[in-house]
Design a protein around this ligand. Structure first.
Ligand SMILES: Nc1ncnc2c1ncn2[C@@H]1O[C@H](COP(=O)(O)OP(=O)(O)O)[C@@H](O)[C@H]1O
Ligand SMILES: [Mg+2]
Length: 277
């Protein structure tokens, strides 16, 4: 396993407006391999966004260190390369779209890289195809649905040719249709392009589809494992205020009542099979 992101004893302390110190991340040790799809969950204020910003070197560790593909985020001369390597997608698509036409928006990043026009149009075309938005290239972004806007924001990041995507609650503002469009777009990029993905979400059904889930709580990693491992810890998750998928919850309650069920039930399908073998 080739480590792609490594956090070593990393901490982050903010100073708030009143001058108080806020330990947003405490002694984080984490390795993410190249090509992994990792979901990050946790209640508000648990440190998810702070973690995401370190991976893109938008923040500097207050303690310990963060490496991205071998590059130390504390080294100013590495910043450019780190931000080329890791593309960030945020919650609100409207804040990420800048141009009046979809294709101009996707071209914005490569234009800033000073690439030749032919290379820019190649990248725009490819990125739009990757998110399934080619037919909208001449549309105004403001006329698109939330899910489509977020796919354009992802295309804008892809046009920079990153090898890792960090998405900070990219579906939080979308309707169910938009959420599923965005998640399946990201899953496809992971599957077909081998992209490393760090996907922050508060939707448990989205987290279930990851290879691995990290649960943040009060600035620390509370759980780290496969979806089946993490969602079998129903009591721990409930204690820190997180939901579990309905199937995991039902299986947990049945077990408490003495039912003998197999260990890994996190999807409705698995629950159905367990109950009616
Ligand atoms: N710019 C900031 N200044 C001071 N405190 C901050 C700042 N940003 C975040 N925090 C605090 O750091 C903690 C973690 O925040 P954050 O990483 O945004 O969590 P999450 O994304 O999980 O909601 C919270 O207590 C939050 O209030
Ligand atoms: Mg956040």
């Amino acid at each position: 396993m080739q480590a792609f992101i490594t956090l070593e004893n990393m901490g982050h302390t903010y100073t708030d407006n009143e001058g108080n110190r806020v330990d947003a991340l405490k002694n984080i040790n984490l390795t993410i391999a190249k090509g992994e799809f990792v979901a990050v969950i946790g209640t508000n204020g648990s440190g998810k966004s702070t973690l995401a910003r370190h991976v893109n070197a938008l923040l500097q560790p207050s303690a310990g260190c963060c490496f991205v593909n071998g590059m130390d985020t504390r080294q100013p001369e590495q910043l450019w390369q780190i931000r080329q390597t890791v593309g960030m997608v945020f919650q609100n698509p409207d804040n990420q779209l800048v141009a009046t036409l979809v294709e101009e928006d996707v071209a914005f990043g490569p234009e800033n890289l000073g690439l030749p026009p032919a290379e820019i149009s190649r990248r725009v075309e490819e990125a739009l195809a990757q998110v399934g938005m080619t037919e909208y290239r001449q549309h105004g972004p403001h006329l698109l649905s939330g899910g489509q806007k977020q796919r354009i924001a992802i295309a804008g990041v892809l046009a920079m040719r990153p090898s890792c995507l960090v998405l900070d609650e990219p579906t939080a503002m979308l309707d169910p249709q938009g959420r599923s469009e965005v998640l399946s777009t990201v899953r496809k990029l992971h599957r077909e392009e081998g992209m490393t993905v760090l996907y922050i979400t508060h939707f448990m059904e989205e987290a279930v589809t990851a290879d691995r889930i990290i649960v943040m709580h009060q600035g620390s990693i509370q759980l780290d494992g496969s979806p089946a491992e993490v969602f079998s810890q129903v009591a721990v998750l409930k204690k820190i205020g997180l939901d579990v998928p309905v199937a995991a919850e039902v299986a947990h309650r049945l077990r408490e009542k003495g039912w003998k069920l197999p260990g890994e039930i996190i999807t409705n399908e698995a629950l159905a099979v367990a109950l009616c073998p």
